[in-house]
Design a protein. Sequence first.
Lengths: 395, 291
Amino acid sequence: MDIHEFQAKDLLQRYGLRTPRGGLARSIDEAGARARELRGSACVVKAQILAGGRGKAGGIKLARSVEAVEGMAAELLGSTLVTAQTGPGGKPVKAVYVEEKIEAAREMYLAVLVDRGAGRVAFLGAAEGGEDIEETAAREAGKLKRLIIDPNTGLVADEARAFAASLDLAGEPAKAAADLMAGLYEAFVELDASLIEINPLVLTEAGDLLAVDVKMSFDDNALFRHPQIAELRDREEDDPGEVEAARYEINYVRLDGDIGCMVNGAGLALATIDLIKQRGGRPADFMDVRPVVTRQQVATGFKMILRNPKVKAILVNMYGGGILRCDTIAEGIAAAVKEAGLKVPLVVRAAGTNMEIARKILTGQAIPAIFADDMAEAAERAVAAAGETMEGRAS
Amino acid sequence: MAILADKNTKVICQGLTGAQASFHCEQAIAYGTQIVGGVTPGKGGTRHLQLPVFDTVARAVAETGADASLVFVPPRAAADAMIEAIDAEVPLVVCVTERVPVQDMVRVRRRLEDSNTRLIGPNSQGIITPEQCKIGIMPGHIHFPGKIGIASRSASLTYEAVGQCGDARLGQSSVVGIGGDPVHGLGFVDCLELFLRDPQTEGILLIGEIGGSAEEEAAAFIAAEKPKKPIAAFVAGLYSETGRRMGHAGTVNVFGHGGAESKIEALRSAGVHIAPNAAEIGATMRQAMRG
């Protein structure tokens, strides 16, 4: 789960993070009020959306007067911001953060995450941060410093100081950085975060360290022990389809193609999408019905695919095994079709436990499924079916 | 021979009395696995599925001589259950639980480093040695004994791969699900080491997916070891958008690492035969075996 910049700053201030002065505004008047509170400082107006890449997409603007702040807020509020990370649909801007402009002596990068290889929490840092950090890191891996933390000891002070020194910090700023790292580590572990990323972490001429932008994400699987964090979720930003799917414990990601997919298992679902694309098709979604799925969950998922107006063909790829049997999926599909109808071609590939029964159920309920014997045939038939539907509509 | 589990392996199940654990343990027993007892705190002294139930893993191990534990415990208690099994010095621990908090797994991994226990999972379908022992939730009937060792990050793709290997008349020595979570026990390199040492295993199949660097680490190991046994691999997620979460918690990319293309390239240059898509896993393994 991701939270907004303003939420992350608010939360992490309690752990010793220092940020520029600023406040949230949901209207033009509020933006003006926030600017007046900053008493004539130059301001930065920042769109609050749950995606990075805002700066390059015009979501962060500099304003030198209260009127200019109001003008920027008017431009951003209610608009849809498309960044490199939002997907083509973009994200609606419902709030802006108005913050004093900080003159940087140097912009650094600092992040806390779980290092998968080490299986431990780690800090990543770079003496030179900013918007191009990913490119810099890809080009010169040596510039990205890493400190892996032993969970038995936590972050030890001298490790933190050495890490600060590796970011070319000395004296007071180095001590401030080590203290900041201690606070971030505490927050990360205490709140079950999955990422805290400060970019840039600004060193001012006066020697202060200020977090100008902060991204923070949490481990969804640990939210059960952090109800106060779970409340920070901005449900309006979530895709309504993804929210509905999550309620039925289906993993779902909307994509922009026209072949609706339902697969059991995440790996098989990824591989099915790969095959569709290799055969020249475009998947409309990633849908993984989990192994403990029920008939009703399948029906809900299938109706979500049926409701998507872009869908021109549907591909169901199921491998029955363990608790999940193919007949459960077939019954769910049959129930959904009975309720919502089926106007596009349906390609079904069933393998594993009770695959024959699945075929019988669909045939018995007069559902016009095209059966495929393996994944490749299924993908080819679905791609062909989507193409034919398209031609049919065009003529 | 096989790796990690065979017909002599004695298995206890932590959480045996739960509904899903009961279902899968009955299946495992029917498959021929020696399930010798269960652990459910508070239910020690009772019996379930005609098996003795104990309050602690240590007690269960002492009474039954078990050398493996199947952890079937809900997410919030799974880490403590794994640590209990590690502390009881159980040689093999298999955790099928999904959605274990990542930082709980950081604690488990740390405990594991100071032990001789091998952990499979969490979020794994487990391990099967065909017609000998099944510790997990995989369908037993699709497997048959043979010379291919399989290690996989995805349960559903493993079933697909096992099915295709069967169609290509390639049986399996052992099949291990290393799990789809970011922090887990046994990795590809551990499995490779075990399969390379196992005389029954003559070829190895790796099933990977986007996210993390397990495939790159496997590639580096293979490039350094230059094993004589042929190795084939499939990596899922070639066409997935980076940075968006699909399915497994493991499939999130940070900093552009973990893309399928770089994984495939690393494996290919290490001499691994790459399946071009999931429909050709069996055929690719077959070709690799022909050399």
